[in-house]
Ligand binder design. Structure first.
Ligand SMILES: Nc1ncnc2c1ncn2[C@@H]1O[C@H](COP(=O)(O)OP(=O)(O)OP(=O)(O)O)[C@@H](O)[C@H]1O
Length: 925
């Protein structure tokens, strides 16, 4: 089984499968679905026939151009009507052809399965501003691309569409910040971009960097204006370059005047003036004005807008109006960099990330302290750093006080989301208020179920009245799905047929890294320019591919989930899912990369049972048993109570193998021990704790006489091959200093030529606050919590799979089903899901038993009698999942590896438990 997925479970690394398909032992007939009867699941072969052997439509029917009905509105009870409130509204021309007859076979796909080309759509803002005449949306037709069949409207837009974002729309004017003519230069400079432009090892000064930068940009301005694609740093600088110098003062003044107007009165009119002055847009999109006003009123706000709806603007405008700093917390460095690049030039931004060198970070902090940064992007881990927090614990009169904290991708706060990050637990409102002295918090996400929303809002103390939520899927995304037994071939056929054939830019999403390479090669072999993209690639190569894609030099990017977050390429005409996403949230996020220019984007999902089974097994890769949690807790609190003020450490790799627990899971547990109901410990930044040291100038004994740290090192070290090996926190504790101070001291000694040393073994560091009085109940509580998270992940995958099956089945039952209908089915399904409809039909596809399971486990145990197993470890092997203590590099060699992938994991675990008891019983004396 292939585990190079970039999914949440991607940290599980394992080798590719020995066999592409695990051999299946003979099984009793599959259990009928309990809650939802699916044609796809019960009659798979016949379903495939229907999907892929579509009788050819008669030519008359084929030629007939039928108008496509408007998709049904998505209803979301208790919330404003989503369709009415979509930030984008699409009006189809009455004469636009939609001969969309659902493609059950891509081979015989009728020419008009999908609409024939990308129509242009205007997006209008809700008429919340009564002083601006409402602009009626009209259709603009695009010239025929790539031999399009010529069907479609040729209406042109003869009115100015102020809020229209299209690839070919004129660029909005952008003004320069008066204070700094460098525009984004400063921001990019201190985030490592300077190195990128240094010539042959020589550091360039700001001037040469800038001029080279501009020279490069100049060459590109034309093509980018042509394509309307401005999503790389050069594009951004190009925009700046387009401003004539003479215009700068008056424009800057107009921004400043607009800011002061908003500061004196937060009216719709003043805010629209500011919007125009900063971005050149005439109207706010749906939800933006409401959110900005709420934030400017100092109210913490929960904002749920679809991807590409313009959430960033909702914190950028308050950032320029508020006197202090806006801190934006983002989960990924790449995302922070993209967002930083997308800041308008007059908003000075910066970022702090672990990938920066100390000098760069210090420079950023210096600028923060002097108040020259308005928007600072940070990772949640930064909140572990006491020095960082101390910068902001200042009175509101200093330039570096925090006016607003923005929690981007706020679903990461909730363990019930598709992408829970333990470090986000650190962003609880009480903590933010205590440490940063901040009153106003803005939480933003595009994908959150009602349960997730409730947990975010409770963690961040956001009142339910301050929730702004619009539909989670844009109306300009056409959704279709098909069950495929040969996804590669089917995808090629899809891409060679209309409308995918005409799409200028396409993203293909895969689950596993290896798939991306194979597929991109296959596409290239078939004359489709494609490149793969995944987190296993060098950062440099990844950003190059993103740049080329944005500049329309690559048509197709075949990527894992690692691609897309923060990508603001407007004209992605199609998004194809080669693999089933792990949840509807992931699906919605990924299709959200399409059609950001408001034009139709076609999103097709291929699914198959093999991928579903693989993914379902992966969902169990984080699980832990109660006794492992108990052992883990015993180790965490191994030091006695007298060590409370001392720093403890847990070497990640060793502990991970010892407890057969992934590092991410250990961090989740530690974070819970810090931020749960009772605080048991205080987490510190992670460190490399093992030091291997050599003395050079002075003899160790002599040096120890005048240096207490060296004396302690000699006392606490083991000598291995003439080198002193010691644990940094242990030595630091023994002399009563912080591990960081000891590291600095070692650096000084190194600088003097006294020593050289190497650090290794990244470890979690913490101080014990309170030793639990009842380990058993704490163990039980934590295990149940982790189990609930695991069940939630499995349910999300089942809901995704069922939705795909549901769409195919429902379509099959409909005569002459078409894409518009599939779009509607999927939209309804997504809407039910996000509304938290617990009655959502979910397929139960997993087998519960196999006559050979117990016998196979028995043979497996006998042939590995020298190894200790737990039921979970056996179930993982039978499901083809590696774990820290049973890595796939070793265990994938057994022929039982992944054999029972179609039997429910828990059923395999129960069988393993029974067999283990027999086995141990027999062996017992
Ligand atoms: N009022 C507006 N009028 C026109 N364009 C806008 C408006 N607001 C935002 N945009 C543009 O929409 C695009 C998407 O905005 P943004 O990146 O903020 O979306 P997002 O909601 O954060 O998406 P994602 O969730 O994918 O990150 C940007 O190019 C932005 O300039």
């Amino acid at each position: 089984m292939d585990y190079d997925s970039d999914s949440d479970g991607s940290h599980i690394s394992a080798t590719p499968p020995r066999d592409p398909l695990p051999r299946r032992p003979p099984q009793p007939p599959p259990k009928p679905p309990t809650s939802y009867k699916s044609t796809a699941s019960t009659k798979r072969s016949s379903h495939l026939d229907i999907i892929f052997k579509l009788k050819k439509p008669s030519s008359s029917k084929h030629d007939k151009i039928e108008p496509v009905p408007e998709p049904e509105p998505i209803q979301q009870p208790d919330l404003p009507s989503p369709v009415g409130n979509f930030p984008f509204q699409i009006r189809r021309p009455s004469d636009q052809p939609h001969p969309i007859s659902i493609g059950r076979s891509l081979e015989t796909l009728p020419a008009g399965f999908f609409s024939t080309r990308r129509a242009s759509f205007s997006k209008i803002c809700k008429p919340s501003l009564n002083f601006e005449p409402e602009t009626s949306p009209e259709i603009t037709a695009e010239p025929k691309i790539n031999g399009s069949d010529g069907l479609g409207s040729t209406k042109t837009c003869n009115k100015k569409l102020p809020n229209l974002i299209r690839g070919d729309a004129p660029l909005p004017p952008v003004k320069l910040q008066k204070r700094s003519e460098e525009g984004n230069f400063v921001r990019l400079n201190f985030n490592g971009y300077k190195r990128k432009f240094t010539a042959k090892g020589k550091k360039m000064n700001s001037y040469s960097y800038k001029s080279k930068y501009f020279k490069r940009s100049k060459r590109r301005v034309k093509s980018e204006v042509d394509t309307g694609s401005l999503c790389d740093e050069e594009g951004l600088v190009s925009e700046i370059k387009l401003q004539s110098k003479a215009e700068k003062p008056s424009r800057c003044e107009s921004v400043e005047a607009a800011i002061s107007a908003v500061r004196s009165a937060v009216s719709d009119e003043n805010l629209v003036r500011l919007l125009k002055a900063i971005y050149g847009y005439d109207l706010f999109r749906d939800g933006q004005l409401e959110a900005i006003k709420m934030i400017l009123a100092g109210k913490s706000t929960m904002l749920v807008l679809p991807t590409g709806a313009g959430k960033s603007l909702c914190y950028q405008i308050p950032a320029v109006v508020f006197p202090g700093i806006t801190l934006v917390v983002s989960p990924l460095v790449a995302l922070m960099i993209d967002q930083l690049k997308q800041l308008p030039p007059m908003i000075q931004g910066g970022l702090l990330s672990s990938s920066q060198g100390p000098e760069e970070a210090a420079e950023t902090l210096r600028m923060v302290q002097e108040g020259s940064i308005k928007v600072l992007f940070v990772s949640p881990e930064r909140f572990l750093n006491a020095d960082f927090l101390s910068i902001f614990s200042t009175p509101n009169s200093t330039p570096n006080f925090v006016s607003l904290v923005v929690v981007d991708e706020a679903h990461c706060v909730s363990e019930w989301s598709h992408n829970f990050r333990p470090s986000y637990m650190r962003l609880g409102a009480s903590l933010l208020r205590a440490k940063l002295n901040v009153e106003c918090i803005l939480a933003m996400t595009a994908t959150a179920t009602t349960t997730t929303l409730q947990s975010i809002m409770s963690a961040l103390e956001i009142s339910s009245t301050n929730l702004i939520q619009k539909a989670q899927v844009r109306d300009n995304l056409w959704l279709s799905v098909s069950l495929s037994s040969n996804r590669m071939k089917d995808m090629l056929k899809l891409m060679k047929s209309s409308p995918f054939l005409e799409a200028q830019s396409i993203i293909v999403y895969c689950k596993f890294q290896s798939e991306t390479d194979v597929i991109s090669r296959y596409l290239c072999d078939n004359n489709i320019s494609a490149k793969s993209y995944h987190s296993g690639m060098l950062a440099r190569d990844r950003s190059r591919i993103q740049e080329l894609f944005c500049a329309n030099k690559i048509r197709v990017v075949v990527a894992t989930v690692a691609f897309g977050m923060g990508l603001d390429k407007r004209d992605v005409g199609a998004v194809i899912h080669y693999s089933l996403p792990e949840s509807l949230e992931e699906y919605v996020q990924e299709i959200g990369r399409g059609g950001r220019d408001g034009r139709l984007s076609y999103c097709h999902l291929f699914f198959d049972d093999v991928t579903y089974y693989k993914l379902r097994s992966l969902m169990y890769s984080d699980g832990v048993d109660e006794f492992a949690v108990n052992k883990f807790l015993c180790q965490v609190f191994a030091d006695d109570t007298s060590s409370h003020s001392k720093v403890c450490s847990l070497v990640k790799e060793l502990a991970s193998r010892k407890f057969d627990m992934k590092e991410e899971v250990m961090l989740t547990l530690l974070t819970h021990l810090e931020l749960g109901e009772t605080q048991y410990l205080h987490l510190l930044p992670q460190l490399n704790v093992t030091c291997t040291l050599n003395f050079h100038k002075t003899s160790p004994m002599l040096l120890a006489d005048k240096d207490t740290a060296v004396a302690a090192i000699l006392k606490k070290s083991e000598i291995k091959q003439g080198q002193y090996v010691f644990n940094i926190p242990t030595v630091a504790n023994s002399i009563g200093v912080a591990p960081g101070d000891l590291s600095n001291h070692l650096q000084n000694l190194k600088a003097k030529g006294e020593i050289t040393y190497e650090l290794k073994d990244p470890a979690y560091c913490y101080k014990i606050v309170k030793v639990p009085s009842d380990f058993c109940s704490l163990t039980e509580l934590l295990t149940r919590w982790l189990l609930d998270i695991e069940n939630c992940k499995v349910w999300k995958l089942d809901a995704m799979y069922s939705s795909a099956v549901f769409a195919v089945d429902t379509c099959e039952k409909t005569h002459d089903c078409n894409v518009a209908q599939q779009t509607t089915y999927l939209q309804e399904r997504i809407s039910d899901y996000f509304r938290g409809d617990n009655n959502l039909d979910v397929l139960d596809k997993m087998g519960q038993n196999s006559p050979f399971l117990r016998a196979d486990i028995k043979v497996f145990l006998q042939s590995n009698s020298n190894v200790k197993f737990t039921p979970r470890a056996i179930a993982r092997i039978m499901h083809g999942i590696g774990s820290p203590a049973y890595p796939s590099s070793i265990w994938s060699r057994t022929h039982f590896w992944g054999r029972y992938i179609q039997i429910d994991f828990k059923a395999v675990m129960n069988a393993a438990k029974a067999e283990l008891m027999n086995f141990v019983g027999k062996d017992a004396p």
